[in-house]
Write a protein of this length. Structure first.
Length: 285
């Protein structure tokens, strides 16, 4: 069970995403084989908005769980899903021996009308968690946002919603990516005061190309500290130097977290096993 890993001194886990095309599965399995050699405690698998790639999520998670022998956690998003659709995906997961999910609201699909959005079955991830708790035996994790969710009015409001996730059955949390550890330390202090007691994994994404600033980071709503901005300004036009500097930044960030008692690290690998290996080798050697 994934929640048991938090009883150890340290844990390391990865996020991967399914291939977009059926013909890319062979390469995806090779990537997973390489990831498995790093002995992660678990691997999470992302999920398309409204279940658009749920079948691929199940297939990848099944390979991790049943072929590689590593605990798999499938992402579930509810923003575009009806109750019956969620239950179908849950049954498909359980049929493959997968019993852990990361329950997320998810991003609103671009083709979803205002009327559809307003009439959705689940307004928040915590609503889906309550439904899953009542209708399945799945183990659930939730997401948290050290710098608050970009739609929230305040961090306090975000923390109240996070407490609802814990109350709804979340057994641990995984944070959104962040690049300034001071934000994370402050966030942990606030969660403790709010009565949030379940384990929290720190989500770390190595920035290996300058274009990530304009895509992934913007969508995540994470701030970019001067130290990272200087790296991008200095190395952004040299791909290999940028890659090395970005990985080094992530390594230093994780080391600082560990030195300050943050022992559970979740790496957003972007399906790059070489990057994951360089980080794991550096923080555990």
């Amino acid at each position: 069970m994934i929640q048991n890993v938090f009883e150890n001194k340290r844990s390391i886990s990865f996020e991967v995403f399914p291939p977009k095309k059926d013909g890319e599965f062979e390469a995806a399995f090779e990537i997973l084989d390489a990831m498995a050699k790093l002995s992660p405690d678990f691997i999470s698998v992302t999920y398309g908005a409204g279940g658009s790639r749920s079948g691929k999520t199940v297939e990848i998670a099944s390979y991790i769980q049943n072929h590689l022998g590593i605990d798999a956690m499938a992402h579930l998003t509810c923003v575009g899903s009806r109750e019956n659709q969620l239950l179908e995906v849950c049954k498909a997961l359980r049929d493959k021996g997968i019993n852990h999910v990361l329950a997320l609201r998810g991003d609103r699909p671009r083709d979803m009308s205002d009327e559809q959005f307003a009439s959705r079955d689940f307004a928040h991830a915590s609503d889906m968690m309550k439904f899953l708790k009542e209708n399945t035996d799945l183990h659930m994790a939730g997401a948290c946002y050290p710098e608050k969710h970009f739609e929230s009015f305040s961090l306090e409001s975000d923390l109240n919603n996070l407490k609802k996730k814990q109350d709804a059955g979340a057994e641990f949390l995984i944070s959104q990516l962040f690049f300034d550890n001071d934000f994370y330390y402050s966030f942990l202090e606030k969660t403790e005061k709010k009565g949030i007691t379940i384990p929290i994994c720190a989500g770390i994404m190595p920035i290996t190309s300058a274009k990530q600033i304009g895509t992934t980071i913007t969508l995540a709503g994470s701030s970019v500290p001067k130290a990272l901005a200087d790296i991008i300004a200095t190395y952004g036009e040299n791909p290999e130097d940028m890659r090395k500097a970005g990985i080094d930044y992530a390594i230093r960030q994780i080391r600082d977290l560990q030195e300050n008692g943050v022992n559970d690290i979740h790496i957003y690998t972007m399906n790059k096993p070489t990057t994951a290996k360089e980080i794991v080798d550096a923080i555990y050697r």
